[in-house]
Structures are given as structure tokens and as C-alpha cells.
Ligand binder design. Structure first.
Ligand code: MG
Length: 313
């Protein structure tokens, strides 16, 4: 059973993801000027409604729905839940979402019906395969595996590989998911560094990248459509913002001001910020207007969270 504070933080994961996504949606591909206000206004290149989330949260909900239905199966190594994720991705793709990422489109356009076929499709793509499109949707995996960190790493890696074959995409998903799990359970960001200290090979790659994020500026990781720079942008925004109860909105604003793929960097950051500070730290005026595919609002994300974490210890 989760304690009351842990339940609040678990509820913050999907809501924080959606809030960052919807906040950044109006500024995607832009670089806001210093005097420009950052608000939940919608608009942007795809003309979102205020509070409407984009592909980041929509795909996260594809993952969440599948794991809510079949998390036990995934934990025990069955491919049932992974197939359900793949099926949900294709169902979402068939709605013709306006903002689908290039790499994800290349895979999903084949409408593979099994996770195995989809993973092989992704592995067969040529060129760059390390977009940020799997990291942006990994947060709900943490909720389904609060009881099992090893299972979480395996699941996050497998779900990433459905569309993104670059090992760094899988590593980023595993790392961020572990950090979110730790934040829900313990209320700190320590999970990120703890995950690295437990894995020398992972640490060799990612410790310098986290160090660079903490010491750098957005210009140092400006290619944030790439999974590495997207994670660095999100971590930079969190690590350089005062760790108090207003950190969530402040750090999300910093993600947006960093520019580029603003909805995605803010969605990534929002999952971890929400896990650290909980639903109660998300501005109520944001929660009121959040909505998006598949016809859901904040209350639906909260009840889905309860299903995902049911039985967590
Ligand atoms: Mg998006």
C-alpha cells in the first residue's frame, strides 16, 4: 500500500507529463523571448486548444492503458502487455494525429500488429534512430512497476524499442523511469544518480551528460529533438531551479523558454517533477483545463494512475 504522500506523488506523474506537454504545445519549435509570457494558452504550430496535450501524453496514455490492463503479464516476461502497447500505438496512429514524430511515423505507418514485428521494424530503420519520442512517453511505466525496479528497467527498455532502436533511447527511458519511480516512493531526485552508481557502463555514458546539464545552458544541448539533448534539457531545467513547492511550474517554464521541442522537453521534465512534488503542486488552473486524446481529462488520468499503482508496495 502506498502512503498518502506517495499517492499524491504518483498522481503527479501523468498530470505533470500532461501539464508540461500542454504548456509547451503553444511554443513548439519556437524560442520565446525573455519578455514573452509563458502560459497555458494553446496555439502553436498545430493550433492546440488551451490545456490540450499532444502526442507525448497521448502515447504515454497508450502505454498506461496497456499496462493497466496487463502489467502482471509484462512483469513475468509475457509479451501480452507489450503487444497491447503496440496495438494502442496503431489505434492512435489511425486517428491521424497532426504532431507525430518522424521516427514514430516511419514505424507505425506499417501498422504492425505485434510488438515483435514493430520492434523489428524499428530496428530496420536507417539513419538516426535516437529521437526523443520514446523518452516522452515512458513516465507511466514507472507507475506500473513501483514494486519492481528491475522489471521497470526491462519494461521501459522494451517499450522504447518498439519505435526507437538507438540504445541511448532505451537507456534514457530506463534511467528516467527509475528516477520517476524513486521520486514517487521517496520524494527526491536521487534515483537518477543511484541508477548510474549501480551500473558502471551506464554511468560512463550518462554521468558526464548529467554533469554537463547541471553546469550548462540550453545552448549546450540545443538539439533537443535528440533523446540525449532532450533529457539534458529536462534535467537542466530541474537541477537549476530552486527545489521548493513552486519548482514544478518554474522548471516547466524554463523548459519552454529553452525552445525547440518545448512540449516534449516539458513533458519529460513534468513526469519527474510531478513524481517529486505530487498532484498538489500542479497549479489547479492547469489541472482544470488539461484534456486530450483519447477524450480524457485530469480526473481520468488520476483514476488511471490508481489502476496502475494498485497493489504497489
Ligand atoms: Mg508533442
Amino acid at each position: 500500500m502506498l502512503r498518502t504522500d506517495q499517492v499524491d506523488r504518483a498522481e503527479g506523474v501523468l498530470l505533470g507529463t500532461a501539464a508540461g506537454d500542454a504548456l509547451g504545445a503553444g511554443y513548439e519549435f519556437g524560442y520565446p523571448t525573455a519578455d514573452q509570457e509563458i502560459a497555458m494558452i494553446g496555439g502553436g504550430p498545430f493550433d492546440w486548444a488551451p490545456g490540450e496535450w499532444t502526442d507525448d501524453t497521448s502515447m504515454a496514455l497508450c502505454v498506461a492503458d496497456a499496462l493497466a490492463a496487463e502489467s502482471d503479464a509484462l512483469a513475468t516476461g509475457s509479451v501480452g502487455a507489450l503487444n497491447a502497447v503496440a496495438t494502442n500505438f496503431v489505434t492512435w496512429y489511425d486517428t491521424r494525429p497532426p504532431d507525430i514524430g518522424n521516427q514514430t511515423r516511419s514505424v507505425l505507418s506499417h501498422r504492425d500488429s505485434s510488438a515483435d514485428a514493430m520492434t523489428r521494424r524499428a530496428a530496420g530503420l536507417s539513419g538516426r534512430t535516437g529521437g526523443n519520442g520514446s523518452l516522452m512517453r515512458t513516465a507511466p511505466v514507472s507507475l506500473a512497476f513501483l514494486h519492481d525496479e528491475r522489471g521497470l528497467v526491462d519494461a521501459a527498455t522494451s517499450i522504447s524499442a518498439l519505435t526507437h532502436s538507438d540504445p541511448q533511447a532505451g537507456e534514457a527511458c530506463a534511467l528516467w523511469s527509475v528516477a520517476i519511480r524513486h521520486a514517487v516512493l521517496h520524494g527526491t531526485y536521487d534515483g537518477l544518480r543511484l541508477a548510474l552508481s549501480a551500473d558502471p557502463a551506464l554511468s560512463h555514458t550518462w554521468s558526464p551528460l548529467l554533469d554537463a546539464a547541471e553546469a550548462g545552458t540550453p545552448a549546450d544541448f540545443a538539439n533537443n529533438g535528440w533523446v540525449v539533448h532532450a533529457l539534458q534539457t529536462a534535467w537542466w531545467a530541474i537541477a537549476t531551479t530552486e527545489e521548493d513547492e513552486r519548482q514544478l511550474p518554474h522548471a516547466l517554464e524554463k523548459c519552454v523558454r529553452a525552445g525547440g521541442d518545448t512540449d516534449t522537453t516539458a513533458a519529460i521534465a513534468g513526469g519527474l517533477l510531478g513524481a517529486r512534488w505530487g498532484r498538489s503542486a500542479i497549479p489547479p488552473e492547469w489541472i482544470d483545463v488539461l484534456h486530450g486524446y483519447p477524450g480524457r481529462r485530469a480526473a481520468d488520468l488520476i483514476s488511471l494512475t490508481h489502476t496502475l499503482t494498485d497493489g504497489a508496495s
